[in-house]
Ligand binder design. Structure first.
Ligand SMILES: [Zn+2]
Length: 104
């Protein structure tokens, strides 16, 4: 379930001025704090990605991460099956194949 951020409009309670609530996307926005009953409003959701991520997490999220190893030479530390591990400037065939990334 996604996590939504709410803000107390008046006096914050023990949850703090801002607090997170796990809700189904089908649930209505809360109008009252579940803890103190005070008026609250839902904040525009943040992108729910907290850095840093491991390389395998990045790969699972569909990111490609290149780490510079030398002049014009980058290691693709999120290489997927069949991707070249090294990406070399001027050699487009060493670039990762994005068609594979979005296949699933
Ligand atoms: Zn409250």
């Amino acid at each position: 379930m996604p996590i939504y951020e709410y803000e107390h409009l008046k006096k914050p309670c023990s949850l703090g001025r801002l607090f997170d609530v796990k809700q189904s996307i089908h649930d209505k926005s809360l109008m009252q704090c579940p803890n103190c009953g005070g008026p609250v409003r839902k904040l525009i959701s943040r992108i729910n990605i907290s850095a840093p991520k491991t390389n395998s997490e990045l790969r699972d999220l569909g990111f490609t991460k290149l780490v510079k190893r030398d002049h014009g030479v980058y290691e693709n530390v999120t290489a997927r099956d069949g991707d070249s591990r090294m990406v070399i400037r001027g050699k487009p065939e060493t670039l990762p194949d994005l068609k594979k990334t979005i296949r699933d």
